[in-house]
Design a protein around this ligand. Structure first.
Ligand SMILES: Nc1ncnc2c1ncn2[C@@H]1O[C@H](COP(=O)(O)OP(=O)(O)OP(=O)(O)O)[C@@H](O)[C@H]1O
Length: 241
């Protein structure tokens, strides 16, 4: 059994004649913050849709914490928490009501859910906002509530699809710092899809996806090389001057 939080091997996916992913292999080691870097159309959302079983993979394999998503879907999905690009919380319900609903979906008892909701809200810095409607939160706070929702069932792996889109600079930095801190405090691993190079730190694991193909992967510092990530990214994707 794989010890990686996520292991993808030989994954391809097409929409008619559009090849969205071509023979993609990548791993998210346990305890890792792995950035999946790619411009619009690179294939990031398609990859997430295959991992979350919105689409089923006909080629290659996807294992979440050692569970193959096709052969052991319930076990694989139980190990996975997802922060989607689009909102997953009901804006008219309170933060706690939203989390209670998602806890119930995961089969968590009401008593355990109460404790767990307190815990995850403290972790994302929203403990004082449990009773507030989601619509009353700022954009950054809503993203943090989405992360709390994704953590409710203690997943091994968090998938975050462009989690900072639409946020101001301060909220972006907070959501990013929160995700990094959860790796230490909750023991989760994270796959962070982004097109923003500034969000990546030298110690991060990095996968560069372009036109459905993995162009390079490894520690961000090694992938960047001496000329830095921007230059490395531009030369790899063929956009260098
Ligand atoms: N439902 C669909 N039908 C047809 N083509 C699609 C569909 N979804 C994605 N594609 C195509 O697949 C390719 C990869 O798209 P995808 O949305 O996965 O990229 P992305 O990296 O997530 O981009 P973005 O950051 O814009 O969301 C693109 O060429 C896109 O046009």
């Amino acid at each position: 059994m794989s010890t990686d939080a996520l292991r993808i091997t030989g994954l391809s996916h097409s929409f008619g004649s559009v090849k969205a992913l071509s023979d993609v292999s990548l791993t998210v080691p346990r305890g890792s913050f792995t950035a999946l870097l790619g411009v619009n159309g690179a294939g990031k959302t398609t990859l997430f849709s295959l991992v979350t079983r919105l689409y089923s993979n006909v080629t290659g394999s996807i294992e979440v914490a050692g569970h193959d998503v096709r052969r052991q879907p319930a076990q694989a999905m139980a190990r996975l928490g997802v922060v989607f690009q689009s909102r997953a919380l009901d804006a008219d319900l309170s933060v706690a009501q939203n989390l209670a609903y998602h806890a119930a979906l995961h089969g968590i008892s009401r008593k355990d859910a109460r404790n767990r909701i307190e815990q995850v809200l403290a972790q994302v810095g929203l403990d004082s906002r449990a009773g507030d409607r989601v619509s009353a939160l700022s954009g950054g706070q809503q993203r943090r509530a989405e992360i709390a929702r994704a953590l409710i069932h203690r997943p091994d792996l968090l998938l975050l699809d462009e989690a900072t889109v639409g946020l101001d600079v301060k909220s972006r930095a907070e959501v990013l710092a929160l995700t990094r801190s959860l790796i230490a405090s909750e023991g989760v691993s994270a796959l962070w899809a982004t097109h923003i190079l500034d969000e990546i730190q030298p110690d991060d694991d990095l996968v560069i996806l372009h036109k459905g193909r993995v162009l390079n992967s490894g520690k961000a510092a090694a992938v960047s090389g001496p000329s830095g990530l921007t230059q490395a990214f531009l030369s790899l994707t063929g956009a260098a001057a």
